[in-house]
Design a protein around this ligand. Sequence first.
Ligand code: TXA
Ligand code: MG
Length: 431
Amino acid sequence: MTFTTAENMTTELLSGQPDGVLRAGELLRLGQVVAIPTETVYGLAANALDKTAVLRIFQAKGRPQDNPLIIHIAAFDQLKTLCLEIPPAVDLLARQFWPGPLTMILKKSSIVPACTSAGLDTVGIRMPAHPLARAVIQAAGVPLAAPSANLSGKPSPTNAQDVLEDMAGRIPAILDGGPCGVGVESTVLDLTGSVPRILRPGAVTQEMIAQALGAVLTDQSVLRGLAPGEPVLAPGMKYRHYAPKAPVVLLDGPPETTFQALLAQRLPEDGVVCFEEFWAKLEDRNCACSLGTSWDYAGQARRLFSLLRQFDRTEVRRILIQCPRSCGKSAGIVNRLRKAAGFSSLDCRRGRRVLGLTGRSGSGKSLLSKRLEQQGALVLDADAIYAQLLQGDPDMIAAIARRFPGATNQGQVDRKALAAVIFPDETARLD
Ligand code: TXA
Ligand code: MG
């Protein structure tokens, strides 16, 4: 199958059969970009050692060139050529977690072009477990640089159709390996400092690494984003990520509480994502999805990105999501959700707070309410409600006409005339 766009680049959808793998290998050897499946997410692959090929990745993805790429290898021997030294921790980790969803940051050797590592003297390397990814690396005969195969900023693709949505007409081929088994990107572990440090959480958890190595830290920016001016360890962390078009409102707290908050907060134009155990209680399932049961973190990770992408095909105004409990196994999915929500969330554990906003016209009430709404607040515009009631409720208009003669005109309330009577007279206001 092929897909052509206005720019006239044709994108072949290759089957995961041996001929598809051979074709992918051939294109890669010619310096082209091919989207390939990995066990985490689909990657946009090209020869990591060929500067021109790597630049094509940045171009297809619309990725800023200061964000380095991960290099994918199929055999441990390939690692030796790509980095200056192999600390003992690498052997230990590789034995346990490779092939698999762990990227190790090491000091790079001179054969890695500066554009692959975005000018850094370090490089991220991983050996994927997906049989097609390994077969393609072997067919290409070179290590492959591959970021996630989404347009920059969008959620990573976890099936070939989602890659096609972003990349049709931008790359020559996509190798279809069906849905990805893990669903969130690899754990990124920096091994260049005195203590190993997780820069991005994933399926290989902090506990698993600690068991293999002893001490390991998780970088603070994983949990709370970057403070202004804070140094950036993984350049990818400073960019908006995993973000669907509509703002994400993350509901934090125990599942029962966040589900009640979701029902209370939901407006007709909102999309919602709830845990499977609450699905039957959701009366309106329009623009609603189940993330899986609240305790099945692996299932949630598999669904998350394709589910966020589905909302981009709708006109929802916000997406309300029940946030999974924070623990080692959920760190990857919670981190992606927090990034999608710009690291703000609604804490449903605390009592509800009510804020009143008042001020003259032009004082910024609308702007502030819009910001609060984006962060998950339910905003009630008293003026709009009042105007709506005055238009749509004939009994109320008749009652106002009886109590305040002169405040109505031809069956309509004259708001100015009504205000002129009411504001100076306290008993009238009480009525
Ligand atoms: O699972 C994955 O890792 C997928 C699949 C395709 O392998 N790849 C992936 O690549 O997620 P990408 O480029 O979307 O994310 C790589 C992350 C970025 O946040 C980048 O900044 C960071 O890893 N990174 C890469 N090289 C680095 C380096 N030398 N130092 C620090 N961070 C690095
Ligand atoms: Mg990415």
